[in-house]
Ligand binder design. Structure first.
Ligand SMILES: Cc1cc2nc3c(=O)[nH]c(=O)nc-3n(C[C@H](O)[C@H](O)[C@H](O)COP(=O)(O)OP(=O)(O)OC[C@H]3O[C@@H](n4cnc5c(N)ncnc54)[C@H](O)[C@@H]3O)c2cc1C
Length: 394
């Protein structure tokens, strides 16, 4: 009996899980331009490997771009299903802080990748490394280059899983974008997501406090509020409380003449309760650190971004503690972002993740224009799109 031949271009998170799913019923080939597969997975594993997030149902779906195709993929394969898939592969997981799901202690990222590779090899998936997708031939079949020769690939269907545009050292360099534009597929320019913010610190502040975390703060822009930690860096702010506010900051940078975020250094104390500390006292700035229990970096930041009048008047200083406006210059460059938005528009796809232009070309993972915060949601999004696509092709 003829089984379908499926070619997957790109051996990252999305491509590998699609290959695993399809290998039960199809002949699967992966073409990867690097010497090895799964390099971004290993990078992701370097600083706490969040394979998914324990959030389910609405708590999961609302983390992502509200597009019916993406939402259907998340419903088809959610974080529970992801954990079951990992468990069956021999990768038990546990839920850590803020719902992040990690491989069980002692299982290293390289072992997670090896388990996936072993499964693919057992299931007969053929992996062709050092094969770079370089465009389409006249019949709109993908062309790959290998050792200076280019060949057109023949299959029943082609799945593109070429990644986004950050961390090009891992292989995702967005060079493929114009090949799809030539097919008249709707695309969007790539932009950084889950990245740091650039802030024009004064030199003294930067010298003293770069590398210092701001703990238990709340950051807001518009109606978006995030509690957590941010790291002061040479160029601005980075960290868990920063990444979720990047989408509204990105939007504001495009439309507003000046973009500000607001820091609340005492999110667990109301404005009234802080004002209560002033009763019967004639506070001087030298008393602020003790009375309001501020760490040195927070105090220096408050001093740097308040006017003299605000700084000297305790009531106004309390207002700043609860709502310190800090101007944002720009986002950090795409190259160093944890993820990117942009790429192929979700509107360019049919519900099975095939292109409206070419029904046997499918696109999954971070190549697509969707957004989600860190904490396991990015890999989950890649895996969900891969699973839904594989369902249709099986
Ligand atoms: C520092 C960092 C930490 C992260 N941590 C986490 C985390 O803890 N949890 C989480 O959920 N997400 C995390 N992410 C995000 C996550 O790793 C990515 O969203 C995910 O790997 C994207 O998967 P993908 O398969 O779409 O693309 P990729 O994993 O980028 O794979 C794309 C593959 O396609 C190949 N390719 C590209 N162009 C071509 C071509 N022309 N021809 C052939 N092959 C090509 C590339 O070499 C690559 O192997 C992190 C990302 C970074 C950078």
């Amino acid at each position: 009996m003829h089984s379908k031949k499926i070619i997957i271009l790109g051996g990252g998170a999305a491509g590998l899980i699609a290959a695993e799913q399809l290998s039960a019923t199809c002949q699967v080939h992966i073409y990867e331009k690097g010497k090895t597969i799964g390099r971004k997975l290993l990078v992701a594993g370097n600083g706490g490997f969040n394979l998914t997030n324990a959030a389910v149902d609405k708590d999961l779906y609302t983390q992502y771009t509200k597009h019916p195709i993406l939402q259907a993929a998340l419903q088809r394969f959610d974080s529970r299903a992801m954990r079951v898939w990992l468990e069956k592969l021999g990768i038990p997981t546990f839920v850590g802080s803020s719902g992040r799901v990690f491989p069980e202690k002692g299982i290293k990222p390289i072992q997670v990748l090896q388990k996936i590779k072993d499964r693919l090899v057992t299931n007969g998936v053929q992996i062709h490394c050092k094969h770079e997708f370089i465009g389409f031939d006249a019949a709109q079949k993908p062309l790959v280059q290998h050792e200076e020769k280019s060949v057109s690939l023949e299959a029943d269907a082609y799945i593109f899983a070429l990644g986004g545009a950050s961390w090009s050292v891992t292989g995702s360099n967005m060079n493929w974008l114009n090949y799809f534009e030539q097919l008249k597929v709707s695309t969007k320019a790539f932009e950084a997501s889950n990245c740091g913010l650039e802030i024009n610190w004064n030199p003294d502040f930067k010298e003293k406090y770069a590398g210092t975390p701001l703990k238990n703060i709340q950051i807001s822009i518009g109606s978006k509020l995030v509690k957590g930690e941010a790291l002061i860096t040479n160029y601005g702010l980075e960290g868990n409380a920063i990444y979720p506010i990047v989408p509204p900051v990105r939007a504001a940078l495009k439309t507003e003449t000046a973009t500000h975020i607001a820091l609340d250094f005492k999110p667990n104390n109301s404005h009234q309760s802080l004002l209560g500390k002033l009763k019967g006292k004639r506070l001087k700035p030298k008393n602020y650190v003790y009375e309001f229990n501020l760490d040195k970096a927070s105090f220096a930041l408050l001093k740097a971004f308040t006017t003299k009048e605000e700084y000297l008047a305790p009531e106004r200083f309390v207002e700043a503690i609860k709502h310190l406006k800090i101007p944002v210059q720009t986002l950090r460059p795409i190259e160093e972002a944890i993820s990117t938005v942009g790429g192929i528009s979700l509107d360019a796809l049919n519900t099975d993740f095939s292109l409206k232009q070419e029904a046997n070309l499918f696109v999954i993972g971070e190549m697509l224009d969707w957004d989600a915060p860190t904490g396991g949601f990015l890999l989950q999004g890649c895996f969900s799109t891969a699973m839904l696509c594989a369902d249709y092709l099986k």
